[in-house]
Design a protein around this ligand. Structure first.
Ligand SMILES: Nc1ncnc2c1ncn2[C@@H]1O[C@H](COP(=O)(O)OP(=O)(O)OP(=O)(O)O)[C@@H](O)[C@H]1O
Ligand SMILES: [Mg+2]
Length: 260
Protein backbone atom coordinates (compact mmCIF):
# COMPACT_ATOMS: atom_id res chain seq x y z
CA UNK A 1 0.00 0.00 0.00
CA UNK A 2 1.30 3.40 -0.96
CA UNK A 3 -0.98 6.17 0.16
CA UNK A 4 -0.77 9.94 -0.18
CA UNK A 5 -2.80 12.04 2.25
CA UNK A 6 -3.99 15.30 0.77
CA UNK A 7 -6.52 18.09 1.29
CA UNK A 8 -7.03 21.75 2.05
CA UNK A 9 -4.87 23.54 4.64
CA UNK A 10 -5.59 22.67 8.26
CA UNK A 11 -8.16 19.93 7.61
CA UNK A 12 -6.23 17.36 9.63
CA UNK A 13 -3.92 15.61 7.14
CA UNK A 14 -1.07 15.38 9.64
CA UNK A 15 -3.30 14.40 12.58
CA UNK A 16 -4.80 11.56 10.53
CA UNK A 17 -1.47 10.42 9.02
CA UNK A 18 0.27 10.30 12.42
CA UNK A 19 -2.55 8.31 14.02
CA UNK A 20 -2.83 5.95 11.06
CA UNK A 21 0.92 5.30 11.20
CA UNK A 22 0.69 4.27 14.86
CA UNK A 23 -2.29 1.99 14.24
CA UNK A 24 -0.62 0.33 11.24
CA UNK A 25 2.52 -0.20 13.30
CA UNK A 26 0.41 -1.81 16.07
CA UNK A 27 -0.88 -4.23 13.46
CA UNK A 28 2.69 -5.16 12.59
CA UNK A 29 3.05 -3.29 9.30
CA UNK A 30 6.31 -1.57 8.54
CA UNK A 31 5.31 2.03 7.97
CA UNK A 32 7.46 4.45 6.04
CA UNK A 33 5.94 7.78 7.03
CA UNK A 34 7.13 10.55 4.75
CA UNK A 35 6.74 14.15 5.78
CA UNK A 36 6.48 15.72 2.34
CA UNK A 37 5.30 19.07 3.73
CA UNK A 38 8.09 21.68 3.77
CA UNK A 39 6.46 22.95 6.95
CA UNK A 40 7.12 19.58 8.59
CA UNK A 41 5.22 18.47 11.68
CA UNK A 42 4.37 14.82 11.18
CA UNK A 43 6.90 13.80 13.85
CA UNK A 44 4.91 15.19 16.75
CA UNK A 45 1.63 13.82 15.33
CA UNK A 46 3.20 10.35 15.37
CA UNK A 47 4.48 10.83 18.92
CA UNK A 48 8.23 11.39 18.65
CA UNK A 49 9.73 13.38 21.53
CA UNK A 50 10.66 17.07 21.17
CA UNK A 51 14.35 16.07 21.45
CA UNK A 52 14.00 13.60 18.59
CA UNK A 53 12.15 16.15 16.51
CA UNK A 54 14.78 18.83 17.17
CA UNK A 55 17.43 16.47 15.88
CA UNK A 56 15.66 15.83 12.55
CA UNK A 57 17.56 16.93 9.50
CA UNK A 58 15.43 17.14 6.38
CA UNK A 59 16.82 14.94 3.60
CA UNK A 60 16.90 17.89 1.17
CA UNK A 61 19.37 19.62 3.51
CA UNK A 62 21.80 16.71 3.74
CA UNK A 63 24.16 18.30 1.27
CA UNK A 64 26.97 15.80 1.71
CA UNK A 65 24.64 12.86 1.22
CA UNK A 66 23.09 14.40 -1.89
CA UNK A 67 26.48 15.26 -3.31
CA UNK A 68 27.83 11.80 -2.57
CA UNK A 69 24.89 10.14 -4.34
CA UNK A 70 24.29 12.51 -7.27
CA UNK A 71 27.84 13.70 -7.77
CA UNK A 72 26.83 17.35 -7.51
CA UNK A 73 26.53 19.93 -4.80
CA UNK A 74 22.95 20.94 -3.81
CA UNK A 75 22.14 24.45 -4.96
CA UNK A 76 23.85 23.96 -8.29
CA UNK A 77 21.66 23.98 -11.38
CA UNK A 78 22.03 22.10 -14.62
CA UNK A 79 25.50 20.67 -15.03
CA UNK A 80 26.22 16.99 -15.03
CA UNK A 81 24.96 14.82 -12.20
CA UNK A 82 23.45 11.39 -11.76
CA UNK A 83 19.77 11.22 -12.58
CA UNK A 84 19.49 7.83 -10.96
CA UNK A 85 21.13 8.21 -7.56
CA UNK A 86 21.14 5.21 -5.27
CA UNK A 87 18.59 5.69 -2.48
CA UNK A 88 17.61 2.17 -1.35
CA UNK A 89 19.33 2.46 2.03
CA UNK A 90 17.93 5.89 2.93
CA UNK A 91 14.88 4.77 4.99
CA UNK A 92 16.93 2.38 7.11
CA UNK A 93 19.87 4.74 7.58
CA UNK A 94 18.30 8.16 7.90
CA UNK A 95 14.80 7.64 9.26
CA UNK A 96 13.71 8.34 12.80
CA UNK A 97 12.33 5.10 14.27
CA UNK A 98 9.53 4.16 16.61
CA UNK A 99 8.18 0.60 16.75
CA UNK A 100 7.68 -0.35 13.10
CA UNK A 101 7.55 3.29 11.95
CA UNK A 102 10.30 4.96 9.93
CA UNK A 103 9.86 8.71 9.62
CA UNK A 104 11.52 10.53 6.75
CA UNK A 105 11.37 14.31 6.53
CA UNK A 106 11.97 15.52 2.99
CA UNK A 107 12.28 19.28 3.41
CA UNK A 108 12.23 21.52 0.39
CA UNK A 109 14.58 21.38 -2.56
CA UNK A 110 15.97 24.89 -2.77
CA UNK A 111 15.21 25.88 -6.31
CA UNK A 112 11.44 25.59 -6.57
CA UNK A 113 10.06 22.30 -5.41
CA UNK A 114 10.67 18.63 -6.13
CA UNK A 115 10.36 19.10 -9.88
CA UNK A 116 13.49 21.22 -10.25
CA UNK A 117 16.45 20.11 -12.31
CA UNK A 118 18.88 20.37 -9.44
CA UNK A 119 20.66 17.62 -7.49
CA UNK A 120 18.41 17.79 -4.42
CA UNK A 121 15.24 17.81 -6.55
CA UNK A 122 16.38 14.77 -8.50
CA UNK A 123 17.42 13.04 -5.29
CA UNK A 124 14.04 13.61 -3.59
CA UNK A 125 12.08 12.50 -6.62
CA UNK A 126 14.13 9.33 -6.92
CA UNK A 127 13.71 8.68 -3.20
CA UNK A 128 9.93 9.04 -3.44
CA UNK A 129 9.84 6.92 -6.58
CA UNK A 130 11.83 4.19 -4.89
CA UNK A 131 9.79 4.25 -1.68
CA UNK A 132 6.64 4.14 -3.67
CA UNK A 133 7.79 1.12 -5.68
CA UNK A 134 8.59 -1.17 -2.75
CA UNK A 135 5.75 -3.50 -1.98
CA UNK A 136 6.31 -5.00 1.45
CA UNK A 137 5.72 -1.81 3.41
CA UNK A 138 3.01 0.74 3.83
CA UNK A 139 4.13 4.16 2.68
CA UNK A 140 2.19 7.14 4.01
CA UNK A 141 2.93 10.50 2.44
CA UNK A 142 1.76 13.51 4.43
CA UNK A 143 1.43 16.12 1.69
CA UNK A 144 1.50 19.88 1.88
CA UNK A 145 -1.87 21.63 1.70
CA UNK A 146 -3.62 22.22 -1.58
CA UNK A 147 -2.95 20.74 -4.98
CA UNK A 148 0.43 22.14 -6.05
CA UNK A 149 2.25 18.92 -5.15
CA UNK A 150 0.10 17.05 -7.66
CA UNK A 151 1.40 19.09 -10.56
CA UNK A 152 4.98 18.22 -9.56
CA UNK A 153 4.25 14.57 -10.14
CA UNK A 154 5.92 13.32 -6.98
CA UNK A 155 2.80 11.33 -6.18
CA UNK A 156 2.27 9.78 -9.61
CA UNK A 157 3.09 6.26 -8.41
CA UNK A 158 0.87 5.98 -5.36
CA UNK A 159 -1.92 3.38 -5.15
CA UNK A 160 -4.37 5.59 -3.36
CA UNK A 161 -5.05 9.13 -2.44
CA UNK A 162 -6.88 9.84 0.77
CA UNK A 163 -8.38 13.30 0.68
CA UNK A 164 -9.29 14.71 4.08
CA UNK A 165 -12.37 16.91 4.08
CA UNK A 166 -14.11 19.00 6.68
CA UNK A 167 -17.85 19.44 6.51
CA UNK A 168 -17.95 22.61 4.44
CA UNK A 169 -18.13 23.76 0.85
CA UNK A 170 -14.57 25.09 0.52
CA UNK A 171 -13.03 21.86 1.70
CA UNK A 172 -15.18 19.97 -0.83
CA UNK A 173 -13.91 22.22 -3.62
CA UNK A 174 -10.29 21.32 -2.82
CA UNK A 175 -11.30 17.65 -2.65
CA UNK A 176 -12.85 17.99 -6.10
CA UNK A 177 -9.66 19.49 -7.54
CA UNK A 178 -7.49 16.79 -5.94
CA UNK A 179 -9.79 14.14 -7.35
CA UNK A 180 -9.64 15.57 -10.88
CA UNK A 181 -5.87 15.87 -10.87
CA UNK A 182 -5.26 12.49 -9.26
CA UNK A 183 -7.57 10.89 -11.83
CA UNK A 184 -5.58 12.61 -14.61
CA UNK A 185 -2.41 11.11 -13.12
CA UNK A 186 -4.01 7.68 -13.42
CA UNK A 187 -4.44 7.06 -9.70
CA UNK A 188 -7.27 4.57 -9.47
CA UNK A 189 -8.24 4.83 -5.87
CA UNK A 190 -9.29 8.19 -4.50
CA UNK A 191 -10.80 7.90 -1.06
CA UNK A 192 -12.34 10.43 1.28
CA UNK A 193 -12.03 10.77 5.05
CA UNK A 194 -14.10 13.35 6.90
CA UNK A 195 -12.61 15.21 9.85
CA UNK A 196 -13.77 17.53 12.63
CA UNK A 197 -17.27 16.19 12.34
CA UNK A 198 -19.27 17.58 15.26
CA UNK A 199 -22.83 16.43 14.58
CA UNK A 200 -24.96 13.90 12.67
CA UNK A 201 -25.97 16.78 10.40
CA UNK A 202 -22.33 17.39 9.43
CA UNK A 203 -21.78 13.69 8.81
CA UNK A 204 -24.88 13.62 6.60
CA UNK A 205 -23.51 16.61 4.65
CA UNK A 206 -20.34 14.69 3.83
CA UNK A 207 -22.13 11.43 3.02
CA UNK A 208 -24.38 13.28 0.61
CA UNK A 209 -21.38 14.49 -1.41
CA UNK A 210 -19.50 11.20 -1.78
CA UNK A 211 -20.36 7.67 -2.80
CA UNK A 212 -20.36 4.96 -0.09
CA UNK A 213 -17.42 3.28 -1.90
CA UNK A 214 -15.16 6.33 -1.75
CA UNK A 215 -16.21 7.62 1.68
CA UNK A 216 -14.13 5.67 4.22
CA UNK A 217 -15.58 7.33 7.30
CA UNK A 218 -15.04 10.35 9.49
CA UNK A 219 -13.17 11.49 12.57
CA UNK A 220 -15.10 13.27 15.29
CA UNK A 221 -14.33 16.81 16.27
CA UNK A 222 -12.53 16.36 19.59
CA UNK A 223 -11.06 19.11 21.72
CA UNK A 224 -8.67 16.52 23.17
CA UNK A 225 -6.82 16.63 19.83
CA UNK A 226 -6.28 20.38 20.16
CA UNK A 227 -5.30 20.07 23.84
CA UNK A 228 -2.82 17.34 22.93
CA UNK A 229 -1.45 19.44 20.07
CA UNK A 230 -0.89 22.36 22.47
CA UNK A 231 1.12 20.06 24.73
CA UNK A 232 2.99 18.48 21.84
CA UNK A 233 1.37 15.09 22.51
CA UNK A 234 0.27 12.84 19.63
CA UNK A 235 -3.50 12.21 19.34
CA UNK A 236 -2.72 8.48 19.65
CA UNK A 237 -1.04 9.01 23.03
CA UNK A 238 -3.74 11.40 24.22
CA UNK A 239 -6.38 8.69 23.92
CA UNK A 240 -8.63 10.78 21.73
CA UNK A 241 -11.87 9.56 20.13
CA UNK A 242 -10.05 10.22 16.89
CA UNK A 243 -8.01 7.05 17.51
CA UNK A 244 -11.09 4.80 17.57
CA UNK A 245 -12.45 6.59 14.52
CA UNK A 246 -9.15 6.13 12.66
CA UNK A 247 -9.14 2.44 13.60
CA UNK A 248 -12.53 1.99 11.91
CA UNK A 249 -11.28 3.80 8.84
CA UNK A 250 -8.17 1.60 8.72
CA UNK A 251 -10.32 -1.54 8.85
CA UNK A 252 -12.33 -0.29 5.90
CA UNK A 253 -9.16 0.67 4.04
CA UNK A 254 -7.68 -2.81 4.53
CA UNK A 255 -10.93 -4.37 3.30
CA UNK A 256 -10.80 -2.18 0.18
CA UNK A 257 -7.23 -3.21 -0.58
CA UNK A 258 -8.04 -6.89 -0.04
CA UNK A 259 -10.89 -6.59 -2.56
CA UNK A 260 -8.23 -5.25 -4.96
N1 LIG B 1 -10.67 15.74 14.84
C1 LIG B 1 -10.18 16.90 15.28
N2 LIG B 1 -10.79 17.58 16.28
C2 LIG B 1 -10.32 18.76 16.70
N3 LIG B 1 -9.23 19.36 16.23
C3 LIG B 1 -8.58 18.75 15.24
C4 LIG B 1 -8.99 17.49 14.70
N4 LIG B 1 -8.14 17.14 13.72
C5 LIG B 1 -7.21 18.11 13.65
N5 LIG B 1 -7.47 19.09 14.55
C6 LIG B 1 -6.67 20.32 14.78
O1 LIG B 1 -6.70 21.07 13.58
C7 LIG B 1 -5.44 21.69 13.39
C8 LIG B 1 -4.87 21.28 12.03
O2 LIG B 1 -4.62 19.90 12.05
P1 LIG B 1 -3.43 19.28 11.18
O3 LIG B 1 -2.16 19.96 11.45
O4 LIG B 1 -3.51 17.79 11.36
O5 LIG B 1 -3.96 19.65 9.73
P2 LIG B 1 -3.16 19.64 8.35
O6 LIG B 1 -4.19 19.39 7.30
O7 LIG B 1 -2.02 18.70 8.41
O8 LIG B 1 -2.64 21.13 8.29
P3 LIG B 1 -1.58 21.78 7.24
O9 LIG B 1 -2.37 22.05 5.99
O10 LIG B 1 -1.12 23.01 7.94
O11 LIG B 1 -0.50 20.75 7.04
C9 LIG B 1 -4.55 21.27 14.55
O12 LIG B 1 -4.59 22.26 15.53
C10 LIG B 1 -5.22 20.01 15.05
O13 LIG B 1 -5.00 19.81 16.43
MG1 LIG C 1 0.00 19.02 7.95
Amino acid sequence: MKIAISGKGGVGKTTFTGTLARLLSDKGFTVIAVDADPDANLGSAIGFTPEQIDAIRPIAEMSDLIEERTGARPGSMGGVFKLNPQVEDIPERYALRMDHIRLLTLGRAKKGGGGCFCPEGVFLKRLLGHLILRSEEVVLLDMEAGIEHLSRGTTSHVDAFIVIVEPGTRSLQTAGEVRRMATDLGIRSILIVGNKVASPKELAFLKKHFSPEEFLGALSYDRAVIEADLKGVAPYDAGSRVVADTREILDRLLQQFQKG
